[in-house]
Design a protein. Structure first.
Length: 290
């Protein structure tokens, strides 16, 4: 079995050495505690195998040059792990940047169906090991939480909070204009992905060259305004057609009244009929355009 982490980094603080692993999610993953547990377990397994492999290489080298061999007990041979061997701790972070609030499990207990009395559940939980994920739900972070991150990440996380609020996003960009005029390559690419930007004017593959993102962000804002206007126009037409359908008018008659393409009106009428009289404007819009 092979699994691949999205990002793995090392952190060293004096004598402490830790691996930091990151899983980036733009969609909710309802089995994330199990997934993280599996990844962590496989990483620890790899560490154990590497330690044993290194030990066997040392034994071969010692035998080759005539040095005394290190004594290994039967238990150590069975474990493939010496008594004094130690693993590097792994901290796994789930970075979720989707639009919907995370409603998936945040630990293994959330994935179990523990039935019976409360007393029975307490007994089960006593013996069932749990596994918790470290979740960052980016769009729902408050300002105080965002301040703990570096300047670049503060900007990215704040933009994620405002990405569906066009006016707030524009106001934030204007306040940070000096920053956006000189963005390093890696940060510009992260912003590009998180905000679904098609391109950044003037960007190159040269990682050492900083980017002016002001023009790209202005273009994105204008596109969002245009898209919002188009959505409003479509929703207004759906509302008008729904009123005419209730009066018993045909698609052709409605098309003549609004001077709209008959095929478009027919599609709206079909979507309305599919809902069997219980539909809303949102229901019809989602059927047609989502």
């Amino acid at each position: 079995m092979k699994k691949y982490r999205d990002i793995v980094m090392r952190w060293k603080n004096n004598a402490t050495f830790v691996l930091l692993a990151n899983e980036s999610q733009d969609k909710i993953h309802y089995a994330m505690p199990q997934k993280v547990m599996l990844y962590d377990g496989m990483d620890y397994e790899e560490q154990i195998r590497n330690l044993w492999k290194q030990r066997m290489e040392c034994q071969k080298q010692a035998r080759r040059i005539g040095k005394p061999l290190e004594h290994l007990t039967a238990a150590e041979y069975l474990s493939r792990f010496r008594k004094n061997d130690r693993l590097i701790p792994i901290i796994s972070l789930v970075f979720y940047y989707g639009s919907d609030p995370w409603d998936g499990p945040q630990d293994l207990y959330d994935m179990f169906r523990l039935e019976g009395s409360e007393e029975e559940k307490v007994v089960l939980e006593k013996y069932l090991p749990n596994y918790k994920i470290n979740l960052v739900d980016a769009e729902r972070m408050n300002e105080q939480e965002i301040k703990y991150f570096s300047e670049d990440l503060q900007v990215i996380l704040t933009m994620l909070k405002y990405r569906h609020e066009k006016n707030e996003l524009k106001e934030y960009i204007n306040k940070q204009k000096r920053y956006f005029q000189n963005v390093d390559y890696e940060t510009s690419q992260v912003i590009k992905v998180f905000l679904n930007m098609k391109s950044i004017p003037g960007e190159t593959d040269e990682r050492k060259v900083n980017v002016n993102m002001c023009e790209a962000l202005e273009e994105m804002y204008n596109d969002a305004i245009k898209e919002g206007m188009e959505v409003g126009t479509k929703r207004k037409l759906i509302e008008q057609v729904m009123k005419k359908v209730k009066k018993g008018l045909s698609a052709e008659e409605i098309s003549d009244i609004f001077e709209e393409d008959t095929e478009i009106i027919k599609k709206i009428c079909i979507a309305i009929q599919t809902c069997e009289g219980q539909c809303t404007i949102d229901d019809v819009y989602e059927q047609l355009y989502k």
